[in-house]
Design a binder for this molecule. Structure first.
Ligand code: GRF
Length: 197
C-alpha cells in the first residue's frame, strides 16, 4: 500500500491534528502526515508536530492584509508550501481561514475539513453555541470536502453527539471534540480509499 502524502493545516490547539498524527502511526493507515502548516506562528499544535518529527511551516496571516489580493497572495504561498512538499491530500483541522476560488479549484476533491455540527445544520462560527440556542437534543460533527461555499461540500462521515441538560457551549464543545478525534482518522481513511490519484 502506497501511503499518500498528507498535510494538515491548523491555526491553534491542533487536537484534531494530533488525532490524525496518532492514527497515521498504524502500519495499515493510508496516510503519511508529512507536513503541518499553521496560519499563526504561536499555534499550540506546532509544538506537538515538531516533537513528532513532522516538518512544519508557518504561513503567517499577520503578514497579509484583508483585501482579495491579499487572500490570493496568502493562498499562493500556502500552495507553494504544499507543492514543494509534494502533498497529495490536505486536511484542515481548525484552520481559521477562507480560501480563494483559485486555491479551492486547484485542491478540490483533495481537501477536507472537520466541522463541529451535523452539517448542513449550523454552518459557520460557533456551531456548538448555535446548536444550544436552537434547542436541539442531538448535534455532532462532520468531515466534508472543501468547496468554495463555506461548510457546504459533500459529507464523508458524521458522528452524532447528545446535548445534555445543563450543557454550556464549553461542555458541549468538549463532548463533540471527543467525537471529532474518533471521526477524523476514520473519515480520512475513507476519503483516501475512495480516491483515484
Ligand atoms: C474543532 O472543533 C474543529 O471541528 C473546528 O475547529 C476546532 C479545532 O480544534 N473546525 P483543534 O485545533 O483541532 O483542537
Amino acid at each position: 500500500m502506497a501511503r499518500r502524502r498528507v498535510a494538515i493545516l491548523i491555526s491553534g490547539r491542533g487536537s484534531n491534528m494530533r488525532a490524525l498524527i496518532e492514527a497515521a502511526r498504524a502500519d495499515d493507515y493510508p496516510a503519511a502526515i508529512v507536513l503541518v502548516v499553521s496560519s499563526k506562528p504561536q499555534a499550540e499544535g506546532l509544538g506537538f508536530a515538531r516533537a513528532a518529527g513532522i516538518a512544519t511551516a508557518v504561513v503567517d496571516q499577520g503578514r497579509f492584509g484583508r483585501e482579495n489580493r491579499d487572500r490570493e497572495a496568502y493562498d499562493a504561498e500556502l500552495d507553494r508550501a504544499l507543492t514543494d512538499a509534494r502533498i497529495e491530500f490536505v486536511c484542515l483541522a481548525g484552520f481559521m481561514r477562507i480560501f480563494s476560488a483559485t486555491f479551492v479549484r486547484k485542491w478540490e476533491g483533495r481537501i477536507i475539513n472537520i466541522h463541529p455540527s451535523m452539517l448542513p445544520a449550523f454552518r459557520g462560527l460557533r456551531p456548538q453555541a448555535q446548536a444550544l440556542a436552537a434547542g436541539v437534543r442531538v448535534t455532532g460533527c462532520t468531515v466534508h470536502y472543501v468547496v468554495a461555499e463555506l461548510d457546504a461540500g459533500a459529507t464523508i462521515a458524521q458522528a452524532e453527539v447528545p446535548v445534555l441538560a445543563g450543557d454550556t457551549a464549553e461542555t458541549l464543545s468538549a463532548r463533540i471534540l471527543g467525537a471529532e478525534h474518533r471521526l477524523y482518522p476514520q473519515a480520512l481513511r475513507l476519503a483516501l480509499n475512495s480516491q483515484t490519484f
